[in-house]
Design a protein around this ligand. Sequence first.
Ligand code: T3D
Length: 259
Amino acid sequence: MAGETVLEETQAEGVLYLRLNRPEALNALNDALLETLHDRWQAAEADQRVRAIVVTGNGRAFCAGQDLKEYDPQGDVGEHLRRRYLPLIRAIAQGSKPSLAMINGVAAGAGMSLAMACDLKIMARGATLVQSFVRIGLVPDSGSTYFLAQAVGVTRALELALLGDPIDADTALQWGLVNRVVESQQLEEIAAEWARRLAAGPPLALSAIKKAIRQAPHSTLDEAMAREVELQVAAARSRDHRLGLEAFFARRAPRFEGR
Ligand code: T3D
């Protein structure tokens, strides 16, 4: 619909698409878009029918980061980040539902942070990632330092953040910033297939897996294994585990219910 900063669409059962919709500004993040995206993400988190979330951009870009035409550097930048960006990044990275960034074009600044916050990333071959902050005298924010250092290590994170050069999709794949690179014409189809598989997965187990993997780098082996035990005990008691076992022995695909 015209004027909507985020287009919402349910494509396959349980798959919610959130499409950033300011193509004329390369989907730069103004307050209206940030607020809408966060609201939609929270609504999806609360909606049991949603089992996977895909975020992408409308037009030729994924997202050009903060809208620099609607930004006041003399204003309270800290408050702006804390209010508009941090809750959104937390909702994506710490929420219970699996998320997929379908990177259709350039992802710059906080737009790259947004993509990195997602659990899985599929990137079109012609798309680029750029830590553009340094180019305008800013520092990476919205989780970029965290996600980058985790994904590529300190050496490459420093290169990306200090030089601010765009990297192409093949480099992003080789460095471990994204999971797959596909031709642009195949992007929607392959992302839809992954999203459909996520939505058909066992929601409680997927949420537990996400939690365990995201916390593992900050844990000792003993802490990680203790967390695995706790999560496994809960998963083993779920109806979905029973359904999974039944399907295994009946040699058919399971139909998980999320309980
Ligand atoms: O308080 C706070 O919130 C601080 C938080 C900051 C977080 C951040 O994200 S800071 C980083 C902000 N983003 C950037 O610095 C990226 C700026 N954009 C670019 O570097 C380039 O546009 C791209 C590399 C993304 C793409 O380049 P290109 O050559 O493909 O496109 P273009 O010609 O530069 O841009 C096309 C149009 O989009 C153009 O508008 P026009 O001239 O046709 O009317 C351009 O101004 C507009 N655009 C691109 N990025 C932004 C933007 N408009 C507003 N804000 C943008 N970020």
